[in-house]
Write a protein that binds this ligand. Structure first.
Ligand code: SF4
Length: 315
């Protein structure tokens, strides 16, 4: 099959990004500046730039065949890192001409934000998801196995700068690997950084698919515990449920209010954590206007009404 047949995939209906049409900017093989332990693609040597390049025109031709008005997002992604695509800026301009009201989204590992050209290109997108797994250089190197010149300190500075300049929707994703970035100390460092970032949503995930190297994820319970370690003002969301074991226990109305105050929950979380009686208690809190729904991207979070009304001061 020629590479161009693999450029477009989906649409995939994702809870986080809605109906998303994928654009693979490295359709022939993996080209990435990281070689993450948890990558769902096979291990591959890291590269600084793409050697197998698809033309902008080919991508636009393929996109035009698949784009329709039910698509929420055109998602730029790759077998590898999409920002290594050398004509990214031009491609974004061409997509803007045909996308109508569809959002443009990129899923990136954040490393190329240190390039001013790529930084400027990403500013043009409607939605950006930056991955950030660790702050400590040793943990970052162990998990993401970056190309030799890549330094986490420089990436972190650029992520902060990007969040200040960016006008679109900014999502951050942290993927937890058991025994590496799931320590209290590392979560504390991530939390300190995230407090400086205007993220619309922070997705916490773990290994959901067979990884490139023999590492394991953390459980849903551990993800939930990790979520509670972040400041409650941060829009943290547990994005991974593959390891979820239902733990439906009873919670009074007061306990529910306390829990939702610390960490807003989606209905998926509630189904995993609450028993039937607790769900009725939640319902009563909604009826009495103590709890409401806050929409973040495509997700609905249950949280105390007071917190929904409280204006976020750091945005
Ligand atoms: S950045 Fe993405 S594509 Fe690259 S190695 Fe990591 S998980 Fe795989």
């Amino acid at each position: 099959m020629s590479a161009k047949n693999n450029i477009i995939f989906g649409p995939i209906n994702s809870r986080r990004f809605g109906m998303s049409l994928g654009v693979d900017l490295s359709p022939a093989f993996k080209q990435c500046n990281f070689d993450c332990l948890y990558c769902e693609l096979a291990p591959a040597p890291t590269v600084e730039k793409q050697t197998q390049i698809v033309s902008v025109q080919e991508i636009i031709n393929e996109l035009q065949k698949h784009l329709h008005d039910k698509i929420d997002a055109i998602t730029l992604t790759a077998n590898g890192e999409p920002t290594l695509y050398p004509y990214l800026d031009e491609l974004i301009d061409e997509i803007d001409k045909i996308k109508g009201s569809t959002a443009t989204l990129i899923l990136t590992n954040s490393a190329t934000l240190v390039s001013n050209k790529i930084f400027q290109s990403l500013l043009k997108l409607d939605e950006v998801k930056l991955s950030l797994d660790a702050i400590s250089p040793d943990i970052f190197k162990k998990i993401d196995r970056p190309h030799e010149k890549i330094k986490i300190d420089e990436i972190v500075d650029k992520v902060i700068q990007f969040s200040k300049e960016y006008k679109g929707k900014l999502f951050i994703e942290i993927l937890f690997v058991h025994g590496l970035n799931d320590t209290k100390d590392e979560i504390k460092k991530l939390n300190a950084l995230l407090k400086q970032i205007n993220a619309d949503r922070i997705d916490l995930g773990t290994i959901d698919r067979p990884p490139a190297y023999p590492v394991v994820g953390i459980s849903y319970k551990e993800l939930h515990e990790a979520a509670l370690m972040f400041d409650k003002e941060l829009p943290v969301h547990i994005a991974s449920r593959v390891h979820a074991e239902p733990n439906n226990s009873y919670h009074t109305q007061e306990e529910i209010l306390n829990t939702l105050d610390k960490r807003p929950l989606t209905m998926d979380d509630i189904n995993l954590l609450f028993d039937e009686q607790s769900k009725q208690n939640l319902h009563k809190l909604i009826e009495s206007n103590a709890v409401g729904i806050n929409h973040v991207g495509n997700l609905e979070f249950y949280m105390p009404i007071d917190n929904i009304n409280r204006k976020r001061t750091h945005k």
